[in-house]
Design a protein around this ligand. Structure first.
Ligand SMILES: Cc1cc2nc3c(=O)[nH]c(=O)nc-3n(C[C@H](O)[C@H](O)[C@H](O)COP(=O)(O)OP(=O)(O)OC[C@H]3O[C@@H](n4cnc5c(N)ncnc54)[C@H](O)[C@@H]3O)c2cc1C
Length: 487
């Protein structure tokens, strides 16, 4: 059966992958994230030929992306070239390309560059992406956090908001209220909220002369009755307490109905936002649907307890792309699950090559943790002991675990030193604005002066109404009205 990526088909005359001796099985791994990398490392030095295909040249440690987004770490601290990680394994080659179609009958994958890759085993591990629940135009006003590029764009917007406010104060004596709105109260939303409060309250307090960064508001909008809904209830409560103590606002049962430059709508209520961030929805990589096998409502491939889609024992689907259930519960889309699935796929191939039968996948849940800010976190520890931790102990555990799992000795040392520097000096490392100097929606804020920083408006965004709310003698007070019924 020929499967297609939209209108793309595998052309008969497409160049073939490098010819290899027929006796050695070919393993094609698509995706060099947690699952793909662990699979590749598990196959190193085995009598198989492995090709790892990733559309980027790097493996990204996603759990620390928010620290790049909020200027603690630099991109190179949390990402490494896949090629250099695997350079010590002669049986593994790495291709920077994107898989776009499959022919499962012929055991072929087509890459965007045109190469047709033959395989005996396919390990599919292309992860997940943002889901805007069908509202694709919201993405430009509310970026999500999944890649290094996303993190740099979020850093740009957050830092730019403070810069524009300072400039506008100089020019006009007022500036719009610095509302940072985060849609979604899962771990990523909570991490972003805590980090923006930290940066505004602790790390930038001496940097500006005309605005008071600590007056920035951070508001989490969560559609469900509680944040961190996958955590035990007591830890959700602890997370709210810690966020509140940091000065962030948590609003539950808030369904965002529209996202526009400069504001979001919750039903009839308008909430102004200098920066809106999206942490509300994820969907599986679109590659899953291209296989032509059953997928769940998020597009994740439904696999059996051997991580195989029905009728395809030669295909292992791993990580966030896999919908695998154990004891009636879905294995969560987290790094430890992805690593374990990658390890498992490699182990099963190793066993099969050695003539041994396969055994089912078992997820070893060690627990979950989410950091909230400096010395603030929650942890649902399942192994090596059971405990619900919050505050400093959870934060210390979070630091240790993330240092331990970072790929590469240089990154571990670099990140550890950077964290120590930040902790001891309260100064952040990578507060650089790169890219466009325009902030979408800036001119839509009450308080933006028509002749002032209006000049900084993104020319592609509509012009604002000419209204200005001067703040007497300094920055806009933190209790200035921010919400208004929709016009
Ligand atoms: C901001 C953030 C914070 C997180 N924090 C935590 C945490 O604290 N703890 C935790 O356990 N988990 C956390 N997670 C979840 C964890 O990172 C994921 O579960 C994990 O990365 C999934 O691994 P994966 O290998 O399935 O996919 P990924 O790591 O996403 O890797 C997928 C790879 O596939 C590549 N790719 C995609 N499509 C194609 C294609 N068509 N062709 C070729 N290559 C392709 C991508 O470039 C990428 O390298 C977090 C995730 C995010 C986004």
């Amino acid at each position: 059966m020929m499967l297609e990526a939209s209108a793309t088909t595998v052309p008969k005359d497409a160049p073939s992958a490098t010819a290899k001796p027929a006796s050695r099985p070919k393993v094609l791994i698509i995706g060099g994230g947690f699952a793909g990398l662990h699979a590749a490392q598990g196959l190193a030095k085995l009598p198989v030929d492995v090709t790892v295909v990733d559309r980027g040249n790097r493996h990204t440690f996603q759990p620390l992306l928010y620290q790049v987004a909020l200027a603690v770490l630099s991109p190179a601290d949390i990402a490494q070239p896949i090629r250099s990680i695997l350079s010590g394994s002669p049986n593994i080659e790495v291709l920077m390309d994107e898989a776009v179609a499959f022919d499962l009958d012929r055991r072929r994958a087509l890459l965007r560059g045109g190469a047709e890759m033959a395989y005996d085993y396919l390990i599919l591990a292309t992860g997940a992406t943002h889901s805007y629940f069908g509202q694709h135009d919201w993405a430009q006003w509310a970026p999500g956090l999944k890649t290094i590029e996303d993190a740099i764009e979020i850093r740009r917007r957050v830092l730019l908001a403070f810069e524009l406010a300072e400039r506008e104060m100089v020019e006009t004596g007022s500036h719009p209220e610095l509302n940072f709105v985060i849609i979604g109260g899962g771990p990523t939303g909570v991490e972003l909220a805590g980090a923006i409060r930290d940066i505004s309250k602790l790390y930038m307090r001496e940097d500006f002369r005309h605005i008071d960064p600590s007056k920035a508001r951070v508001i989490i909008l969560e559609g469900a009755p509680r944040i961190l809904s996958n955590y035990p209830e007591d830890l959700s409560r602890k997370a709210v307490e810690q966020l509140t103590s940091l000065g962030a606002e948590v609003r539950i049962n808030q369904r965002v109905t529209d996202v526009q430059p400069g504001y979001v709508m919750i039903g009839d209520t308008r909430l102004n936002a200098v920066v809106t961030l999206w942490a509300a929805g994820v969907a599986a990589s679109p590659l899953g649907r291209m296989l032509g096998v059953p997928v769940d409502k998020h597009g994740a491939v439904v696999v059996d307890s051997y991580l195989n889609p029905p009728g395809h024992p030669e295909i292992f689907v791993c990580g966030d792309l896999a919908h695998v259930e154990e004891g009636g519960r879905q294995v969560p889309g987290v790094a430890q699950g992805a690593m374990q699935m990658g390890d498992y796929a490699a182990r099963m191939i190793r066993q099969e090559v050695a003539g041994k039968p396969r055994s089912p996948f078992h997820y070893f849940d060690k627990g979950d943790m989410a950091t909230i800010g400096r010395e603030k976190a929650v942890a649902n520890v399942v192994w090596p002991f059971k405990a619900h931790l919050s505050g400093f102990p959870a934060w210390a555990a979070w630091l240790l675990v993330h240092i331990y799992f970072l790929v590469g000795f240089r990154n571990r040392v670099g990140v550890l030193l950077q964290w120590m520097w930040t902790y001891l000096t309260s100064r952040r490392g990578a507060r650089l604005i790169t890219g466009s100097p325009f902030l979408p929606g800036w001119g839509h804020q009450p308080g933006t002066h028509p002749q002032g920083v209006r000049a900084s408006l993104d020319p592609s965004s509509p012009q604002p109404e000419a209204h200005s709310v001067p703040a007497a003698g300094g920055a806009v007070p933190a209790n200035a009205p921010a919400e208004a019924p929709a016009p």
